[in-house]
Design a protein around this ligand. Structure first.
Ligand code: HEC
Length: 171
């Protein structure tokens, strides 16, 4: 028993050494390609392309701020503008009820898919979806189709999410 635990212990040390070796070579590779200032943190440069597969764990704060998978901030702005220009704000408020559901916290009670359907086909939703039907009964008003494209609906949903996050953070 003592022998076998010694062996597994040795195996662990070997594994650890191997990992360390890989990390060291990985780092020195990065330093070589980095040119003159090898020890400078990678996050500072404002290179245009997001550094997608730049390899080993980036230092905290060195994360890329632009990602093809998350256009969050720009979508939020676009969605906010659409919320005004497409007339949503005439009926919906945040933290107050005008004539229609208060959209404060809506992204916590509905999925993005549900909201997308509600924005793109509100007339179909009140007829076919039990939640929308219930809201219709409660407010005695049919939300009109505001003619958004799917992309525009996504932007508006990002805006709704950001509003809800703001409200939650302020608590
Ligand atoms: C004429 C007023 C009116 C306008 C304009 C309007 N809505 Fe609505 N909205 C409603 C009503 C009323 C409901 C409840 C469902 C129903 O009765 O059709 C609703 C429901 C919703 C819901 C679900 C709320 C919940 O609590 O689940 C979302 C999300 C929503 N609307 C987003 C939007 C967005 C985004 C726009 C702009 C593109 C918009 N609405 C424009 C009246 C409106």
């Amino acid at each position: 028993m003592g022998l076998s635990s010694n062996r597994s212990c040795a195996a662990w040390i070997l594994a650890a050494l191997l990992i360390a070796a890989v990390m060291v070579t990985g780092c020195s590779k990065g330093g070589d390609t980095g040119g003159s200032s090898a020890s400078a943190p990678a996050g500072g440069s404002s290179a245009s392309a997001p550094a997608a597969g730049s390899g080993s764990a980036a230092p905290a704060g060195g994360l890329a701020t632009v990602s093809a998978y998350d256009a969050g901030p720009s979508l939020v702005k676009k969605g906010e503008a659409l919320f005004q220009s497409k007339g949503c704000s005439a009926c919906h408020g945040f933290g107050r009820r005008i004539s229609c559901p208060d959209l404060n916290g809506v992204t916590m009670r509905r999925t993005a898919a549900w909201m997308e359907h509600q924005i793109l086909h509100p007339d179909v939703m009140t007829k076919q979806d039990p939640i929308a039907h219930q809201l219709f009964a409660q407010y005695s008003l049919q939300m009109p189709n505001q003619g958004l494209t799917a992309d525009e609906a996504h932007a508006v949903i990002e805006f709704l999410k950001s509003k809800n996050h703001e409200a939650a953070a302020a608590k």
